[in-house]
Design a protein around this ligand. Structure first.
Ligand code: 26W
Length: 807
């Protein structure tokens, strides 16, 4: 490609002085925001600073794009219904190395940069682990110079806001776009038509889909800059617009509702993120959202490919498409449709091309979370795709005559998206060693037998830039002082900390760093919740979506048992504890909401008990999100990862705690298994049944009754709850919940209770021995290198995508 040398010269100076940045900020405040410095608010200053920082990202962004074109790099396309990004300003500033310059510049304007950072709303376009993983992957792909685009939906409302009223969760809509979102560029010229419903017509012997509903997908691009600004990729989010403007003719005929139909569809499509990651509901709007994202992305990918190539058979050489769970699994049939119906390629060849491009990541084994669409709904919304799905299925049946009759994509009048994604991908991956094993053995055993080698493992990771460098400045500073810089992009180097763990001086500074974070958290808790907690107490933290399998119930039951013990001997030598919870329940998940209420009720009683005082507190701040995680994790002493073995695909919070020097109390589940392997059994509080034992135990219908009868502490706890000790105004409030533990304890809370209780006792013993504890905590940090998402992405690049770094 011809290149204009002038274009390669940077127009911005990346080695900034506070004065240059100050001038930029003032220019944006004046001319972009239209505000006089004399009466600018925190919001105005945040906008001005954000635009000035964004200016510095544009340069590496253009350079990366130019290089990708010039060198004709293979590109990765990450399709995800969720991107749980959080705040951007501080992260971008740190990756550009501008944190000190920016702080100094703002100080000269009389502004504390921290206030500006905290003024930014979280971009919460995701539910939990899957969405946050997508955000960490975007950052790592940029850091590694992997040419990549993230494709998602620009939801008007991200995940709902959570409040507690009388201890109960109340949801209110989230409004992140109410203020200007300074990080994106609208691209009205990048727009595609997306069809729904209608019929198939045969024209000149070929099938053509004539949709009866259409919307326009319009792109909004956010640059994602990697560590040290060496590379930047694009996160492209689609918003929906009506294809036809208001239908005046229909309106004049008096058909008011029909006149507004195209607008109504467009307005609802990208309006809200589905807040449920536990149960799958076959809602038509959700299917439309999934197709909207996928079709827009694929049309964009093909358009980009065709600007520099002509032979679509070469697509797999230039394009890798990753499906983040089955949510974009319609990509298989849609890519075949585009290749056959629009570009005249034969079906078999189109299928081969599509499969060579596509990869599928599975994130859950929970049967209730697996997507299956009624053929009625699917065929109605996507009639052409229904035909193609059936054709894929019969092709596969014929190609693999050994396929058992009960295996297939379309079964019992349902389209199974897992099977569809599997068959349409060249690689399928699980997200931790244990999980990938279970994907082979229990989720897709027959397909695994027919396609050996297709299922592989890619253990999750998290970005150390956000989760260590940015979130934990005291610890990051100590690491740099001890082993020098460079660990941020080479996390295995944290191993160099190991010899220092034996040094009392190092441990002292490590302890001081943790304490600084704990003091800050204690102040925040006091300000937000009005509860005093002692920074000398052990901060014991469980933060994640509220779900039965994650067993927040086990945690709160054990908290009650502990409280009961302390009360019986208030003068005993107890380790003071703060049990911290954070997390949202899906709005329709009644049991999870009951657990939330129980935690809050128990907190009310315990926190006001003069007998236990500072020895035990229960803290549950509302509206847990990425920013709250950044505050809690660095201040944690103990990481609660206590899911029923075999249920948590990986977990990624577990990795963030480890990096930040908080040992785990946990079961052999998900990536806990690998954390235990890395850190060693002496530095991990392991308890509970294994996945195999869980399956065995469930065969005994009386497993919970037996476990409760064998455990006096658990009996006492359940008795207290049943008697209304924590709900005196409504003593039978938790009868249902207690009954569940006795008789329908699917997640084995009772069976694991005693082991968990004992492990918590071990934690107390270890914490009392300051030196032992500090060594343990520091070794967790030192041995966390494996869990950098850079390692994960490198592995995707070589094992799934076959792409090389462009750096
Ligand atoms: C269709 C409803 C729905 C929506 C989202 C069902 C399931 C989901 C996600 C797959 C749930 C999810 O976030 N899974 C989590 O993915 C993380 C990243 O791989 C893992 O670390 C977590 O263990 C897993 O629960």
């Amino acid at each position: 490609m011809e290149r204009n040398a002038l274009l390669d010269k940077p127009v911005t100076d990346l080695s900034l002085t506070p004065n240059v940045l100050k001038a930029d900020i003032l220019r944006h405040l004046t001319f972009t925001i239209g505000k006089d410095a004399a009466n600018a608010s925190v919001y105005d200053w945040r906008m001005a600073l954000s635009f000035a920082i964004r200016d510095r990202i544009v340069e590496p962004w253009f350079a990366s794009t130019r290089r990708t074109w010039a060198e004709d790099h293979k590109r990765v396309y990450y399709l995800s219904m969720e991107f749980l990004i959080g705040r951007i300003l501080e992260d971008a500033t740190i990756n550009l190395g501008l944190q000190d310059v920016a702080a100094a510049a703002m100080a000269e304007f009389g502004q504390d940069i921290q206030d500006l950072i905290e003024d930014e709303p979280d971009a919460a376009l995701g539910n939990g682990g899957l969405g946050r993983l997508a955000a960490c992957f975007m950052e790592s792909m940029a850091t590694l110079g992997c040419p990549a685009y993230g494709y998602g939906i620009r939801y008007e409302h991200g995940l709902f806001r959570q409040r507690f009223e009388g201890g109960r969760q109340v949801e209110t809509p989230e409004d992140w776009l109410k203020q200007t979102h300074p990080w994106e560029f609208a691209r009205p010229e990048a727009a595609y038509t997306i069809g729904f419903k209608g019929q198939i017509e045969t024209r000149a012997g070929a099938e053509v889909w004539v949709p009866s509903e259409t919307v326009i997908a319009e792109a909004h691009d956010t640059p994602v800059v990697g560590w040290q600004g060496k590379w930047a990729n694009t996160l492209r989010l689609w918003s929906a617009k009506p294809t036809t403007q208001f239908d005046l003719e229909r309106f004049n005929r008096g058909d008011y509702t029909a006149a507004a139909e195209p607008e109504t569809l467009a307005r609802t499509l990208a309006r809200v993120l589905y807040p449920d990651d536990t149960t799958y509901q076959g809602k038509e709007l959700r299917l439309k959202q999934e197709f909207f994202l996928t079709s827009a992305a694929l049309q964009d990918i093909i358009r980009r490919f065709l600007t520099s190539h002509s032979d679509l058979k070469l697509l797999p050489k230039h394009v890798a498409i990753q499906m983040n769970d089955t949510h974009p699994a319609i990509a298989g049939p849609e890519l075949i449709r585009l290749l056959t119906d629009d570009h005249g390629i034969g079906f078999d060849e189109a299928l081969t091309i599509a499969r060579a491009c596509l990869g599928y990541t599975n994130h859950t084994l929970l049967p209730e979370a697996l997507e299956r669409w009624a053929t009625f709904t699917f065929g109605n919304v996507l009639p052409r795709h229904m035909q193609i799905v059936e054709r894929i299925d019969s092709w596969h049946r014929r190609a693999y005559p050994n396929r058992p009759h009960y295996v297939g994509i379309v079964k019992h009048q349902e389209v199974r998206m897992g099977e569809l994604a599997f068959i349409m991908s060249h690689k399928v991956n699980g997200v931790s060693a244990l999980h990938s094993d279970l994907v082979k053995k229990s989720l897709f055993p027959e397909l695994h037998r027919l396609h050996p080698g297709r299922i592989i493992n890619q253990t999750n990771g998290v970005t150390p830039r956000r989760w260590l460098k940015m979130a934990n400045r005291p610890l990051a500073g100590l690491i740099t002082d001890t082993i020098g810089s460079g660990w941020e992009a080479d996390l295995d180097r944290l191993r160099e900390l190991e010899p220092h763990v034996e040094d009392a001086g190092f441990r002292k500074v490590f302890d001081a760093a943790k304490r600084e974070n704990k003091v800050e958290l204690a102040n925040w808790v006091k300000a937000e919740l009005g509860v005093s907690v002692s920074p000398d107490a052990l901060f014991d933290v469980q933060i994640k979506r509220i779900h039965e399998y994650k067993r927040q119930l086990l945690n709160i039951l054990e908290t009650i048992a502990h409280w009961h013990k302390v009360r019986s001997d208030p003068k005993g030598n107890w380790v003071p504890r703060v049990r911290i919870f954070g997390g949202k329940a899906a709005p329709g998940y009644a049991v999870a909401k009951e657990i939330i209420r129980l935690i809050n009720d128990v907190g009310q009683v315990i926190n006001n008990d003069p007998q236990t005082g500072d020895l035990l507190k229960v803290i549950y701040p509302a509206n847990y999100n990425v920013s709250m995680a950044e505050r809690l994790i660095p201040a944690s002493d103990l990481s609660e990862q206590i899911s029923t073995a075999g249920k948590e695909a990986s977990g990624t919070g577990n990795m963030k705690f480890m990096m930040n020097g908080a040992p785990t109390i946990g079961t052999l589940d998900g990536a806990n298994v690998e954390i235990l392997h890395e850190v060693g059994a002496d530095n991990f509080f392991l308890f509970g049944l294994t996945a195999d034992e869980v399956a065995l135990r469930r065969e005994d219908p009386d497993h919970s009754k037996k476990a409760i009868e064998a455990s006096q502490p658990l009996q006492d706890v359940l008795q207290m709850i049943a008697e209304g000790r924590f709900s005196p105004d409504e003593p039978d409030r938790y009868h249902g919940l207690v009954h569940r533990v006795w008789h329908h304890d699917y997640f084995l809370v009772a069976a694991d209770f005693d082991a968990y209780h004992a492990a918590q006792g071990e934690v107390d013993r270890a914490y009392r021995d300051r030196d032992r504890w500090l060594k343990m905590a520091a070794l967790n940090t030192a041995r966390s290198g494996f869990f950098s998402s850079d390692r994960t992405i490198r592995s995707y690049m070589s094992e799934i995508w076959s792409v090389k770094s462009a750096l």
